[in-house]
Write a protein of this length. Sequence first.
Length: 159
Amino acid sequence: MRTATARNPSVLMEPMLAGDLDAVLAIEHKSFSTPWTDTMFRSEMRQGPSSQLLVARLEKRPATIVGYIGYRVVLDEMHVMILAVAPAWRRRGIAQHMLSEAMEQARQADCASATLEVRASNVGAQQLYYRLGFAPVGIRPKYYQSPSEDALILWRDPL
Ligand SMILES: CC(C)(COP(=O)(O)OP(=O)(O)OC[C@H]1O[C@@H](n2cnc3c(N)ncnc32)[C@H](O)[C@@H]1OP(=O)(O)O)[C@@H](O)C(=O)NCCC(=O)NCCS
């Protein structure tokens, strides 16, 4: 899985390995007020094929990890759990590429629809999701902490 355009760096998407966690956690801490811990990532990696964690690496050496995405397959639904891009690499199409690739992977795994939650104030991420065909269908009041905030529930159906 690779892409390259004038604006985009060429990235490869690969399964996340334990050896990737230092780089992933560094991005995670710069991206979220309540970051996932090392234990949470390791536990997710042990879930088997219903849970997919992927990293995006620069194709050119050094093959720096610039982002990652995680989703679960629940029956025929793709549940996107985590998505982040390193601050220095944002607005270059990396998240759009990762999510598009993950959605294609989920289709191959017979997913028929996709869902995720996003902070009500996270307008940038919402723009990304709307661009990829997600639509808001509801709100989970005070779903997030630090700060407390509602989640928008988004679905793409059909996937
Ligand atoms: C949200 C996030 C993953 C986007 O990553 P990214 O690689 O910068 O996104 P892309 O470059 O693929 O953006 C694709 C499109 O999404 C929209 N978009 C992305 N970030 C945006 C922002 N900050 N403001 C407005 N629109 C934005 C734009 O339409 C963009 O296209 P454009 O650059 O041609 O205008 C990144 O900002 C991030 O890691 N944020 C912190 C963690 C987070 O919020 N994750 C999502 C949790 S639900």
